[in-house]
Design a protein around this ligand. Sequence first.
Ligand code: KG4
Ligand code: ZN
Length: 327
Amino acid sequence: MKILGIETSCDETAAAVIENGTKILSNVVASSLELHAKTGGIIPEVAAREQLKSIIPVIETSLKNAKLSTKDVDAIAVTNGPGLIGSLFIGVETAKTLAYSWSKPIVPTNHLFGHIYANWLENPNPPAFPTLALLVSGGHTELVLLHSHDKFEWLGGTRDDAAGECFDKTARLLGLPYPGGPQIQKAAEKAENIDNSLPRPMSDSKDFDFSFSGLKSDVARRVADKTLSQQEVCNLAASIQAAVVDSLLIKTKKAVEKYKVKEVLLAGGVAANKHLQEEAKKRLQVKVYSAPPRLCTDNGAMIGAAAFFQYKPVPWQEIKADSGLFF
Ligand code: KG4
Ligand code: ZN
């Protein structure tokens, strides 16, 4: 089955064709990142306006790259939430129109499930249930126990900022451009020492929740009214990265032990972080999956994969964008 996956929940406009949930026939991502780098973050109206311009060319390119015509597509999957409502509308309304005019089934797809299913793409040894997902992105930090394709159990999540948001906000405090996560990773590689006194909030709590706003405030206090040298920026970047990764892995390890899972999936943009991947492998002592970086950040391929494994088409009239969609 060949599914056209469409993703427009945040600043990317993406479309991909995926065969049987695992094989990438094409994967096109247009990003308005440069515009957002100028403003230091995403302005929703700017993102939606860019998506409106690029959605049709991106879909056309995804079909062309897959060497397919519309008649070869078996279904259309589209992210219907969570995300920025104006951005979601662009994808959902386009997908509805195509489903109607091409007479294809349409599958509303949860963006968070998409991130999780990125681990099934081009993976000769895909995850096996039960498995634990640590979903870390710009908007989410969630621990989810996956019993089967039909049964996901949410264990806990952030009480305030998401891990990616923490990277983005602290990077900005250090004078690094948006998006902050990759910049923090790059700067951290040049660090000469790490300050382990940065807070790891909620590390001792018995639940599976996280908190990152205290780390951001702590960094803000440390840099206030100071001009940091390049070396100080790199050292602080590594200290921030260490604090975020510690916070994430302390709770993930607790969940691995409690639920006795034999594998963990890293998912979402922050899963591209090398330090997180390396430390997860060292500390969790179970098999750790992470997709290549281009499949960790937002893309249409993960939407095509999720729609295949959770195939629930609806009449095109019934699909609705839902910015607050969750597990
Ligand atoms: O999944 P994603 O593309 O969009 C959302 O659904 O939010 O994630 C974007 C987030 C941003 O906060 C970005 O800074 C972070 O993922 N990110 C990283 C890395 N690459 C992207 N964070 C840490 N290390 C990275 N290498
Ligand atoms: Zn995402």
